[in-house]
Design a protein around this ligand. Structure first.
Ligand code: HEM
Length: 177
């Protein structure tokens, strides 16, 4: 059974709070912009996801947990990236909802279902988030916004880490079968 859990949207970034002095109890005008809009929408999300996947698969701590990608019954790399595009779109205040239908027309699974049985330790999750932060920085996202995104992503931790974590770092760096 697929669990249905929703990912909260980030609170939009408030760029300006215009409150005219001496205007009594009028509500201030609050033009706002989401992080999705601020960083250029879909093309920027696609670049961040592409860069993140390259970086994660090059990280010897994280990569062993992706060894089953593309094997029967598991997500393909294309599906993973498409679901990540949807997820980061939603996390950054863009259109859609997660879990939901990605830009390939596939329905992405919720985080608990997607990661069940992978045995992901908390420390590996934390490294994943650090790697992601590095990619966001390299792709031009401001530090304050990285903190917001990392906070939203970290909120997914309880759904992703395993109660029975697997150590894939022993002896050979996790490359042995
Ligand atoms: C905040 C952190 C994470 C996010 C946002 C995330 C997001 C996702 C998404 C969107 C999918 C695709 C779901 C689908 O195909 O329906 C997925 C699958 C997967 N994730 Fe994550 N993930 C995170 C952390 C991790 C970590 C730390 C690892 C391993 C170190 C990991 C390993 C995997 C693997 C191997 C799959 C494919 C599962 C399968 O098809 O059997 N993820 N993840």
């Amino acid at each position: 059974m697929i669990l249905r859990t929703s990912v909260s949207r980030l609170v939009p970034v408030v760029l300006l709070a215009v409150a005219a002095a001496g205007c009594g109890d009028e509500s201030p005008t609050m033009p706002s912009q989401t992080l999705y809009e601020k960083y250029g929408g879909a093309p920027s999300i696609a670049k961040v996801v592409d860069d993140a996947v390259v970086g994660l698969l090059a990280d010897p701590v994280v990569a062993p947990f992706f060894a089953g990608l593309g094997q029967p019954g598991n997500s393909s790399p294309d599906r993973l990236k498409s679901c990540l595009r949807l997820q980061f779109t939603v996390l950054m205040g863009g259109p859609g909802s997660y879990p939901g239908v990605n830009d390939q027309g596939d329905t992405c699974a919720d985080m608990a279902s997607s990661h069940a049985g992978l045995g992901i330790p908390g420390a590996v999750f934390d490294k994943f988030v650090m790697d992601l932060g590095g990619v966001l920085k390299a792709d031009g996202v401001a530090d304050a916004d990285i903190t917001i995104i990392a906070g939203a992503v970290s909120g997914l931790k309880p759904q992703i880490v395993s109660a029975t974590p697997v150590d894939k770092t022993a002896c050979d760096g996790g490359t042995a079968p």
